[in-house]
Design a binder for this molecule. Structure first.
Ligand SMILES: [Zn+2]
Length: 118
């Protein structure tokens, strides 16, 4: 009984099946589970979101919608610019399939976002 005292509790949002299964795994199995989960996560990131911030950009919000991703981002330009950071600006980001194959990410600028929600 006392050996279960320090047993970790699963985080919120973990599916019940997984929460029931994981504590029964051996350390080796757990390690392999982590590796697999990380690979899955990478795979999702690569395919689910074409949105990547540039060096002077900060993505405040990226929401997946039907057919596009709604992105709010802020940019900075020069060090001496008194107006930095600029934005936040709202974009709709769409991945378009090219006729010659592959995809192209298309950013549609929609305008400045006024921070009335924050
Ligand atoms: Zn600036």
């Amino acid at each position: 009984m006392s050996s279960h005292e320090n047993e970790p509790t699963p985080p919120e949002g973990l599916p019940d099946e997984v929460a029931a299964e994981l504590p029964q795994l051996t350390p080796d199995e757990l390690r392999n589970t982590i590796i697999y989960a990380q690979e899955l996560l990478q795979f999702h990131d690569e395919t689910a979101s074409p949105v990547e911030p540039g060096p002077n950009e900060e993505i405040l919000r990226a929401t997946k919608r039907d057919g596009y991703t709604e992105v709010v981002k802020r940019t900075t330009c020069a060090e001496d610019c008194g107006d930095c950071p600029h934005g936040p600006y709202l974009y709709h980001v769409k991945e378009e399939t090219r006729p010659e194959g592959g995809t192209k990410v298309h950013w549609m600028f929609l305008g400045e976002v006024y921070p009335d929600e924050e």
